[in-house]
Design a protein around this ligand. Structure first.
Ligand code: PMP
Length: 440
C-alpha cells in the first residue's frame, strides 16, 4: 500500500506530539522508510533512494540480505530469547568469532543491545579495574546517549547535559583541520598531541582509568587522525598504567577498507585493552558489545547481565552477517569502491567553492561544506545538500561539531555502478545548494 504525502505529514505531526523534542528527524518533510533491498530503500510514498548513509546507521552489509533474514526467521521460529542465565549456542559461537577477530589474546566478550551500553560497560570495567573515575576522552567525540557516555562525549552538540559522573579530561587528536594544529605535518601533529597528553597527565592528581577514543570520529564528521597517533598515545598510557578503549561502533568490521578495525591503523603496540562494537554487526538487529583482555573484563566481583544482550535471534543475525562479509571480502570492497568514490568526490569538489575538504577511509567519507568562497562551515548549506540529494533519490547523512559535514557511509556491498551514480547525484545536489547559498 502506498501512502500520500498527507499521510506522511500526519504521521510526522503525531510523532511531534508524542515523542521528545530532542529526537530530531532529518529533512523538512521527514521520511518514512518502509522497505529496502541491497543498497536501496523505499519510502511510504513509493519513492526509491540509493542509501549512502544506512551502512553506518545499522545496515552494514545490505538491506534485506537474504542470508540474515533467513537466519533471523529460522531462529525466531524456534525461540526468540530465553535468558542469559541459560547457555546459548549462538551467543558462544559469535563471542568466539569476535574474540578471534579482535586481535586481543585471551579475549572475553560481553554482549549488549546498543553502542551506548557497550561503551557504558567498557567504562564500568575500566573504572572498576583501575579503581579510578578519571577518564581521558577526545575532543569532538561521541560515545552514546546515557549519563556515563554523555560524560565522555566531547562533541557538545550531542552533550545534552554538562553534568557527568566522571572527571573527564579532553585530549587533542581527533580533528586537526582547524585551530593551532592546522598546517602541521603528520609527525609534528602527533608529537604536539602526545606532548599535550603528557602535560595533562602531569597536572592530574591520581591515576586515570582509561582513554576512550573513536579511531575515526563518526558523529564528529568522519575525521581521522594521522595513522599512528594512538600508538604514540599508547606509549604514554602504558607508562601510567592507563587502559586504551577503542570505540569501534562505526569503524569496525572492515568499514575503513584498509583494516578490519579502526585501531589497526595505530597498531604500533598491539591491540587496545577493550574494544567496543555495535550498529552494523547485526545488519539491523540490535547488537552491541565489548571485547577485551580477560584480566580487565573479568574484574567485576558481582553479577552484571544484560537481559537482551546476546539474545539468540540477534546472535543468529550477527553470525550470518559476519560470515557473509568475510566470505565476500567486503572490507576489500570498502577499500576499492570507497577509494573510487573518494576520487570521484574529490574531482567534483575541485570545481565547487562550497566544498572545503573531502576525506575518507574506505566507505566512511566526510565532505566539509562551507559558505561558498569562504572557510566558514555552513550547516545551512549542508542541510540544503541533504534535501537536494533526497529530491534526486540519494540519502546521505551529516555531522561534525556544527553539522556542516556531509557523511557518506553506504552499505559495504556497494557496487562500482552505484558509487558512480551516487557521486553524480551528490554532485548535482552540491551544485544546487551552492547556487542557492550564493544567491541568498
Ligand atoms: N559510539 C559511536 C562511535 C557511535 O557512533 C554511536 C552511535 N552514533 C554510539 C557509540 C552509540 O551507539 P547507540 O546509538 O547504538 O547507542
Amino acid at each position: 500500500m502506498t501512502h500520500t504525502p498527507q499521510d506522511t505529514a500526519a504521521l510526522h505531526a503525531r510523532h511531534q506530539a508524542v515523542l521528545p523534542s530532542w529526537l530530531s528527524l532529518y529533512y523538512e518533510h521527514p521520511l518514512e522508510l518502509t522497505h529496502g533491498e541491497g543498497r536501496h530503500v523505499w519510502d511510504a510514498e513509493g519513492n526509491r533512494y540509493l542509501d549512502f548513509f544506512g551502512g553506518i546507521l545499522t545496515t552494514m552489509t545490505a538491506h534485506a540480505l537474504p542470508e540474515v533474514t533467513k537466519a533471523v526467521s529460522e531462529q525466531a521460529g524456534r525461540i526468540i530469547h530465553t535468558s542469559t542465565l541459560y547457555l546459548s549456542r549462538p551467543m558462544v559461537e559469535l563471542a568466539e568469532r569476535i574474540a578471534a577477530l579482535s586481535g586481543i589474546p585471551d579475549a572475553r566478550v560481553f554482549f549488549t543491545t546498543s553502542g551506548t551500553e557497550a561503551n557504558d560497560a567498557a567504562i564500568l570495567l575500566a573504572t572498576a579495574y583501575r579503581r579510578s573515575n578519571q577518564i581521558l576522552a577526545m575532543r569532538n567525540s561521541y560515545h552514546g546517549r546515557s549519563f556515563s557516555t554523555v560524560g565522555v562525549t566531547g562533541n557538545t552538540s550531542w552533550s545534552p547535559t554538562s553534568l557527568s559522573p566522571f572527571q573527564t579530561l579532553y585530549v587533542h587528536g581527533g580533528v586537526r583541520s582547524r585551530g593551532p594544529y592546522a598546517g602541521l605535518s603528520d609527525g609534528e601533529y602527533i608529537a604536539a598531541c602526545v606532548a599535550d597528553l603528557e602535560d595533562m597527565l602531569q597536572q592530574t592528581a591520581g591515576g586515570v582509568a582509561a582513554l576512550i577514543a573513536e579511531p575515526v570520529q563518526g558523529v564528529g564528521g568522519f575525521t581521522a587522525p594521522p595513522d599512528g597517533l594512538y600508538a604514540a598515545f599508547r606509549e604514554v598510557l602504558d607508562r601510567h598504567g592507563i587502559l586504551w578503549v577503542s570505540d569501534e561502533v562505526q569503524t569496525g568490521w572492515g568499514r575503513t577498507g584498509d583494516h578490519f578495525w579502526g585501531w589497526q591503523a595505530h597498531a604500533g603496540k598491539g591491540p587496545p585493552d577493550l574494544l567496543t562494537f555495535a550498529k552494523g554487526i547485526g545488519n539491523g538487529m540490535a547488537i552491541g558489545g565489548v571485547v577485551g583482555r580477560a584480566e580487565v573484563v573479568n574484574t567485576l566481583s558481582a553479577n552484571s547481565i544484560s537481559t537482551f544482550g546476546g539474545s539468540p535471534v540477534t546472535m543468529a543475525a550477527g553470525l550470518a552477517n559476519l560470515s557473509y562479509l568475510l566470505e565476500h571480502d567486503l572490507q576489500g570492497n570498502a577499500r576499492r569502491v570507497g577509494g573510487l568514490l573518494i576520487e570521484r568526490l574529490r574531482a567534483l569538489a575541485a570545481g565547487l567553492d562550497a566544498v572545503r575538504e573531502v576525506r575518507g577511509r574506505g566507505l566512511m567519507i566526510g565532505v566539509d561544506v562551507v559558505r561558498p568562497g569562504t572557510d566558514e562551515p555552513s550547516p545551512e548549506a549542508a542541510s540544503l545538500v541533504l534535501e537536494a540529494a533526497r529530491e534526486r533519490g540519494l540519502l546521505i547523512g551529516k555531522g561534525g561539531q556544527t553539522g556542516a559535514t556531509l557523511r557518506i557511509a553506504p552499505p559495504l556491498s556497494l557496487t562500482v555502478a552505484e558509487a558512480e551514480e551516487g557521486a553524480g547525484l551528490l554532485g548535482e545536489a552540491l551544485r544546487e545548494a551552492q547556487s542557492r547559498t550564493a544567491a541568498s
